[in-house]
Design a protein. Structure first.
Length: 905
């Protein structure tokens, strides 16, 4: 059977459904679904994503059968809508839109009012009003020129010929608003626009509706590979191979007069999660007017008064859609001469706050189960809950001093403070220089995506809660205040006036995206409510614990813990970090980097003395000074962790990291050691290495200088005994040897460690079980895991080093060129952020499997940075690790990700 490339919908029927997103794209699949559940949808059809793939694989051509299939599908639309495409008396007009598997708001192209020409415009004028018909026609000619004939300016300095003509005509007629253009003005515009097409593209505007249609279909497929779509895909990890579908649909008009309107709405509040219908509408307008943010729309509640019948219908559809999809929906609608049409529904993008609150509320409303709620919440949403907000006091003081400049729409919650940039490129450059940036625009467009990504906050003069700026900011978790009409922005001068004050590029401003305030200057930020609830004191803590965001957080964590099978540990080197991690739910310490303990105050001099010593005796002398300090450190950590396991890694980094650099430092250590500064410098030079990350570090130090590891093991054992006997804590220390490449290294170091432990236990007449294991950080270690496991109680994947050594990439320098690798699609993402499942992951899998085969009791975890990254956590679950270990604030994210992994496997 021939492949089916075209799927029709409308009139209460559909060939597709919501499950067919891969083939029909999100929009197409949901239009089909809405149509079959009886929601009024203008008839249309979807050309599948397979055609997009074909188009790119076959030099921008289509499968042979497509033309006939499209012709048949158009006939179906004509029957459903009672109008004919190209008919001069009562023409059917079409919209042509993109629709990828995952929504890519505004990134690809759209053509509206297709089918208009010098004849059909007369027919349209005869059915409605003449001005509307000619306005639709001039919009279409411009859109066709911009999109299909590629006349849209690329650079911010380029001029759009159509906009130029429009401004000229308005100036001549001494009018400011498009709405004041007369039929004659519009006719003139159409003529001039066509002339501009001839001038710039050397072709005549196509009058044939079928030619127009195929032009538009090609343009939409072509827009899958425009620069901003490519950038958006990289950012959101959408594969290039997916392609877009094309949706061709009967036009309905929201700009046919005062009984027509258009709007965008969310079935719940996408900013704070409230269970309220939340949206905006514009009287006598096209859908694009709302999304583009060129007119500031009205809140949806006002529709109730203006168009009560349509409003009631819309509320019914809201309930129907939520019940059907069991999730918050983002819908577009149009009311044409009193009749309501739904143009789109999709899962609504939301803030991290709304993500958690809606999931928890829907469980309470019995719309979804706890399991669904857990699987639905994006683990990274928790980042927002734990993100800083303005320090209340600092903000109040600033407001008292007149910092409040104006208010806009609270489009993306949170607090941001930074320097003003008026252009997306400048914002990206400033952020690269390490500056916090607030991107300030009259309105944003998809071209601004890079700057929006780089900015801490986004401020716009125009646009509503569903404008481009608001939508994209929320999705990216950026603070955003939109629709601030009081801003007077002058791009040319790089300045802005607001609230009686003038600002230029580089000046500091602050945004409160939760309430929509714009403030002058830099304002200190403070921790989130959830953090106050978890870590605060007194009344503030009590109040924060009652906050529903915190309550949603707690419930989600509770459910996550119920479903996950993998433990979540933390990487901590200080008692306060350990305590914080416990509050976040950590079940152990997976990595305590002892070298971090070496930097503090007086210790560094003793550490330097140890490193620079010429012989064992000299080192022993310095180590004696370090022993009580380390013991104290471990006592603190053991007390904080109680009966939870604490994995302490022996010294790892190359020694020269601790060497003195300045003259003062050299003199200081020379004095303590009783040698000349010259000798210290000479010794320092002798310790330097060309490639220290692959040099004398990790267990190699333990092999060369056994006294260092012996001191550390002694400090651990003595601390453990003390906390157990004096504090009655059932301590669970684990000693971890880094950078092992062969089992003999571990065997040797283990034997030495066991000797020290036995000595301490005998002397103190105590018994504490101390596990001894290793990190797996080298490919050789993973490949010989079966041997190593015979002398190890546990493995912990050090995926930072394992990634470095597997790829042969320097973890300190690769950041310079890795983004290019991701941009060019060579790597799906930075392997230092998410585990490279096929390469590094394979080594992990071999290591875990062969290690366990040799030693069934082997405990296996991960302590590289990947341990807090959701996709890596999922992978760790799949290969059967016992735990993941990550930095304290990522513990909640890992708990949720681990639960998802358990539920989805
Ligand atoms: C690792 O290599 O993954 C690790 C946790 O150790 P470090 O980052 O300290 O080298
Ligand atoms: Mg390491």
């Amino acid at each position: 059977m021939a492949t089916k490339y075209v799927y029709s919908f409308g009139d209460g029927k559909a060939e597709g459904n919501t499950k067919m997103k891969n083939l029909l794209g999100g929009k197409g699949a949901n239009l089909a679904e809405m149509s079959s559940i009886g929601v009024p949808v203008p008839a249309g059809f979807t050309i599948t994503t397979e055609v997009c793939t074909y188009y790119y694989q076959n030099k921008d051509t289509y499968p042979q059968s497509l033309e006939a299939d499209v012709a048949k599908a158009i006939k179906r639309i004509e029957r459903a809508m009672g109008r004919t495409f190209g008919n001069t008396a009562d023409p059917l007009l079409l919209s042509v839109r993109s629709g990828a598997r995952e929504s890519m708001p505004g990134m690809m192209d759209t053509v509206l009012n297709l089918g208009l020409n010098d004849q059909t415009v007369q027919g349209l004028a005869a059915t409605g009003n003449e001005r509307f018909a000619w306005d639709s026609y001039r919009r279409f000619v411009q859109m066709y020129g911009d999109v299909v004939l590629d006349m849209k300016p690329r650079e911010k300095t380029d001029i759009n010929p159509f906009e130029e003509i429009l401004e000229e005509v308005k100036k001549k007629r001494k009018i400011e608003l498009d709405i004041d253009l007369t039929v004659d003005d519009l006719k003139l515009l159409v003529k001039k626009f066509k002339a501009a097409i001839k001038k710039h593209r050397g072709i005549i505007f196509p009058e044939d509706p079928h030619e127009q249609l195929w032009g538009a279909i090609g343009a939409v497929f072509g827009s899958w590979n425009n620069q901003r779509a490519i950038h958006y895909r990289r950012m959101n990890k959408i594969p290039d191979e997916w392609g877009t579908a094309v949706n061709v649909q009967s036009m309905v008009f929201g700009n046919m007069g005062d009984d027509s309107a258009t709007g965008v709405a969310f079935t719940r509040n996408p900013a704070n999660g409230d269970n309220e219908f939340y949206g905006e509408w514009l009287l006598n307008a096209q859908g694009e007017d709302v999304v583009a943010g060129t007119r500031t729309p009205q809140p949806i509640v006002t529709l109730k008064k203006e168009m009560p019948v349509a409003y009631r219908q819309l509320m019914d559809i809201r309930a129907k859609l939520e019940k059907h999809y069991k999730d918050m929906q983002d819908v577009e609608f149009t009311i044409q001469q009193g009749k309501l049409w739904m143009l789109q529904t999709r899962t609504g993008k939301r803030t991290g706050f709304a993500d958690c609150i809606i999931a928890v509320d829907m469980v309470r409303e019995r719309l979804i189960t706890q399991k669904t709620a857990i699987c639905r919440v994006n683990p990274n949403s928790l980042n927002q809950l734990l993100a800083p907000i303005f320090d209340d006091k600092a903000k109040n003081v600033a407001i008292k001093n007149g910092a409040l400049l104006t208010k806009g729409l609270p489009a993306g919650p949170g607090a941001a403070t930074g320097r003003i940039a008026f252009h997306a490129d400048d914002a990206a450059d400033m952020a690269k220089d390490g500056e916090p940036v607030i991107l300030v625009r009259i309105e944003t467009s998809p071209e601004d995506i890079k700057g929006m990504e780089a900015a801490k906050g986004i401020l716009t003069a125009r646009g509503g809660m569903t404008s481009h700026a608001a939508l994209v900011a929320r999705q990216m978790g950026r603070v955003c205040v939109a629709g601030c009409g009081a801003l007077e922005i002058d791009y040319k001068k790089g300045s802005m006036k607001v609230g009686g004050q003038a600002f230029k590029e580089g000046d500091f401003i602050s945004l409160d995206g939760t309430v929509g305030e714009v403030l002058a200057g830099q304002i200190a930020v403070s921790p989130s409510k959830v953090k106050v609830a978890l870590f605060g004191k007194g009344a503030a803590k009590t109040a924060a614990r009652r906050d529903r965001v915190f309550q949603a957080y707690e419930l989600l964590m509770k459910w996550a813990d119920k479903f996950r099978t993998m433990e979540v540990w933390t990487n901590a080197d200080q008692p306060d970090q350990a305590a914080e991690a416990i509050v976040y739910g950590a079940q152990g310490i997976g990595l305590c980097r002892t070298e971090h303990m070496f930097f503090g105050g007086d210790r560094i001099v003793a550490v330097r003395e140890m490193i620079l010593a010429d012989d064992t005796a000299g080192r022993e002398k310095a180590l004696k000074k370090l022993l009580p300090i380390q013991r104290r450190d471990f006592i603190g950590i053991f007390k904080a962790m109680g009966a939870r396991p604490v994995t302490i890694r022996l010294l790892d980094p190359p020694l020269h990291e601790f060497l003195p650099h300045t003259k003062k430092e050299v003199e200081e250590v020379a004095k303590v050691m009783g040698v000349s500064p010259k000798k210290v410098v000479a010794k320092t030079e002798s310790l330097s290495e060309t490639n220290p990350m692959l040099g004398h570090r990790g267990c190699r130090l333990g092999v060369s200088y056994p006294e260092i590891y012996r001191m550390q093991v002694r400090a651990i054992a003595e601390a453990a005994v003390q906390v157990k006997t004096k504090n009655g804590v059932k301590v669970k220390p684990e000693i971890m040897i880094p950078l092992v490449g062969t089992w003999k290294e571990l065997q040797l170091l283990r034997r030495e460690a066991e000797e020290v432990i036995a000595e301490v236990m005998a002397k103190k007449k105590a018994k504490v079980k101390i596990l001894i294991g290793t990190m797996i950080e080298l490919p050789r270690a993973a490949l010989t895991a079966g041997e190593i496991a015979q002398v190890a109680d546990f493995f912990s994947f050090g995926t930072n080093d394992l990634t470095q050594t597997t790829f042969g990439l320097s973890r300190d320098d690769a950041g310079k060129f890795l983004p290019e690798y991701v941009d060019k699609g060579i790597l799906p993402e930075d392997p230092f952020i998410a585990v490279d499942k096929t390469g590094v992951g394979r080594l992990m899998s071999i290591g875990a499997t062969e290690g366990r085969a040799a030693n069934p009791k082997l405990q296996v975890g991960i302590c590289g940075e990947h341990g807090g990254e959701p996709s890596s956590v999922k992978f760790c679950h799949e290969i059967g690790l016992n735990y993941v270990s990550c930095s304290p604030p990522r513990v909640p994210i890992a708990r949720l990700a681990a639960a998802q992994a358990a539920l989805e496997s």
